[in-house]
Each structure stands twice: as structure tokens, then as C-alpha cells.
Design a protein around this ligand. Sequence first.
Ligand SMILES: [Zn+2]
Length: 227
Amino acid sequence: MSVESFTKLKEIESLNRARTLQLKAKLDQEDRLTKLLKRREEALTQSNQLKQDLIKAQDLMSEIEKKIKLYSTQKQNLQDLGGSDEKIHSYTTQIEDLENQGLQELSQIEGIEKELSETKTFLVGLDHTMKDIESEVNSEIDKINHEISTLDLRIKLLQDELPSDFKALLMKISSKNLAHGPFTRIDQGSCYFCRFKISRLEESEIDMLKNLKTCPQCSRIFLPYGA
Ligand SMILES: [Zn+2]
């Protein structure tokens, strides 16, 4: 009777493991979408920054244009009025400097526009990828959820087949939600998980007599050797 119950516990243990793997697979699937969403957000932030940079560069460019126009007019006036060569030359130099600044600003604007267009292309591609991945992820998650409910059902059926003392103990220890589940084994005279030392007497009660016992330290249920 007790050997059979331990066989069921062992089966529950392996179903629990399969369930944990399914939950992990579900997280991995969800993670695929989260990662893409994060990349999308980054690209949008970058695109907004580029748009601001572009406006700034265009404003600067228009300032330069205005100055060139103003200085050119002033230079022309001086020339018409026969002003000093020195002053005329100073305007010429300033206009040349502004024209050089303008060239630099133009190549800056070109660079920003190129980057903006690349970001836009990236975002369009990403949206397509996200749609594909999203439907893939949703279908995977549906499969996983189905698998989990099948496992839950099998676990529940096995639990209901257990004698009441086994079932009560399993429910109690399971409710603690221990990492790696509610079961342990004796491994070289100690609890496999928490390394609590188990006496020879207790070891034989568990492994040979198949008594239902829990680890005094971590409270996991001992599955006998070869159960
Ligand atoms: Zn333990």
C-alpha cells in the first residue's frame, strides 16, 4: 500500500517538474515579446531625439542664412557708398565663415535625416516582426497552457488517489511553495536539498520500511530509495 503511494508521489514529483518546465517555457515566450517591445521603445526614443536635433539644426541653419543675407546687404551698401576696404574685407571674411558654418550644419542635417530614415525603416520592420512573433508566441502559449492544465488534471487525479495521510501531508508541504518542489531524498546520509543529517535508523525507516517522513529542517517529504 505504502509502496504504491510512494510510486504515486514520485509520479506527482515528475509531473511537477514537467509543470515547472512548462511555466519556464511560458516565461521564455513572453520574454520574446518583452524584448521586442523594449527595442521598439528604444528606437522610438531615439527617433524623437533625432527629430529634436533636426529642428535645432534647421533653426541654426536659418539663423546662418539670415546673417549671410544681412552681411551681404551691408557689404553691398558699403561698396556702393565707397566705404573702407578694411570694413568691406571684414564682411567678406565673416560671410565666408558663415558659409563654412552653413556647410557644416548642412552635412549635420543630412546625417540626422539619414539616421531618422534608418530608424523609421527599422521601426517598420520591427512592427512586422512583432506581429509575426506575437502570433507565434500566442499560439505557443496556448499550447503551453493546454499542457499545464493537462498536467494539473493528472496531478489532481493522483492526489485524489492517495491515502488521506499522504494527501494531507502533500497538500500541507505543497502549500509552502518550496523551491524545487515538496519532495526530497536521502543522499549520503543527508537531505538532498538542505543537507540535514539523517540518522541510520531514520534512513532505514524511510528507505526500507517506506515510512512517510519529512525533513526536520526543510520539511520536504522524503521519497524512499527506489520507490
Ligand atoms: Zn531537508
